[in-house]
Design a protein around this ligand. Structure first.
Ligand SMILES: Nc1ncnc2c1ncn2[C@@H]1O[C@H](COP(=O)(O)OP(=O)(O)O)[C@@H](O)[C@H]1O
Ligand SMILES: O=C(O)C1=C[C@@H](OP(=O)(O)O)[C@@H](O)[C@H](O)C1
Ligand SMILES: [Mg+2]
Length: 182
């Protein structure tokens, strides 16, 4: 585990995958999307849920997350990956960025049926309410994605990573929680 790992966490459709990819490019770091790793090895997430159930998906997800967090780079987690205790512990050694998004911005982002736990806005709200405290407790930095372009959000995060590395390169001494401009 390493502070050279930047992990993006947060609700489904907050932008973890899109923003994470862009942050990696800006910082010239390797990029991993743990959902993409699971899909590449085991097929579509909706199919895994339907055929084997959520616990099986969580086990595959945990494997992908553990592997990704072991290396330097930018890692976009799936929204529920933080429910795993071992993942929570691993994140203690990474630089953790929480992406948030307001419900008003979500409706057009959750179309497509790729997320089996999200059937409509109400299910998204319930899921986020049940996790929001956990997300906040794990975050070193928070950026809201509701109303800004992906590029702007990624720039802000890359700047924070560089500042936080300069200020605190010590892996044993995690940064205090900071927050981006509203
Ligand atoms: N800042 C943003 N503004 C508008 N749409 C966004 C933004 N970030 C992501 N999206 C859109 O929201 C959807 C979900 O993004 P994604 O990166 O897959 O989220 P996550 O990985 O958090 O589930 C995609 O259709 C993406 O284009
Ligand atoms: O929040 C969740 O439990 C999930 C979020 C999804 O990833 P995104 O957060 O990238 O949509 C995906 O891992 C799966 O559908 C479960
Ligand atoms: Mg994603």
């Amino acid at each position: 585990m390493t502070r050279d790992t930047i992990a993006l966490i947060g609700p489904p459709a907050a932008g973890k995958s899109r923003v994470g990819k862009r942050v990696a490019k800006l910082l010239d770091l390797p990029y991993v999307d743990t959902d993409a790793v699971v899909v590449a090895g085991h097929g579509p997430i909706a199919q895994i849920f339907a055929e084997h159930g959520e616990p099986h998906f969580r086990a595959l997800e945990r494997e992908a997350v553990a592997e990704a967090l072991r290396r330097p780079g930018v890692v976009s987690l799936g929204g529920g990956a933080v429910l795993d205790r071992d993942t929570q512990a691993d994140l203690g050694a990474a630089r953790v960025v929480l992406l948030t998004v307001r419900p008003e911005a979500i409706a057009k982002r959750i179309a497509g049926g790729k997320r089996p736990l999200i059937t409509d806005l109400e299910s998204w709200k319930r899921l986020v309410a049940s996790r929001s405290e956990l997300y906040a407790s794990l975050a070193d930095y928070t950026a809201d994605t509701s109303s800004r372009p992906i590029e702007t959000i990624a720039d802000e995060i890359a700047q924070w990573v560089l500042a936080s590395e300069a200020q605190n390169p010590d892996p044993q001494n995690p940064d205090p929680q900071t927050e981006g401009p509203a």
